[in-house]
Ligand binder design. Structure first.
Ligand SMILES: [Zn+2]
Ligand SMILES: [Zn+2]
Length: 104
């Protein structure tokens, strides 16, 4: 199950589970759309992969008998912060950003 992290790991802005601004890599590293576009250039600082919009988990359990939705699987409250410096992020992104996702 996807871990819905509560903040951008770079600028620390809140990214609640219903945010349309949250972006994730395949390892669930979580950033806001602004940071992904203007600072990371669609390169995850940790794994080098691309980002996609984070799916919004429904608030309601829509299927009878199925315990699905935010009420049963709430968002994480553990705030995370990228361990990389701005310079490390810029170097890492510059090396990788021009490679298409399937060639990284
Ligand atoms: Zn951000
Ligand atoms: Zn990643």
């Amino acid at each position: 199950m996807l871990e819905l992290r509560p903040n951008c790991e770079l600028c620390d802005r809140d990214l609640p589970p219903d945010s349309a601004e949250a972006r994730i890599c395949s390892y669930e590293c979580t950033y806001c759309a602004d940071c992904v576009e203007t600072i990371l250039h669609n390169v995850c600082p940790a794994c080098g992969g691309t980002f996609v919009p984070r799916p919004i988990r429904p608030r309601h359990a829509w299927r009878a008998g199925k315990m699905l939705g935010l009420r049963y699987h709430p968002a994480s409250t553990t705030r995370r912060h990228s361990p990389f410096s701005a310079e490390e992020i810029a170097d890492h992104s510059a090396r990788i950003r021009d490679l298409p996702p399937d060639q990284r």
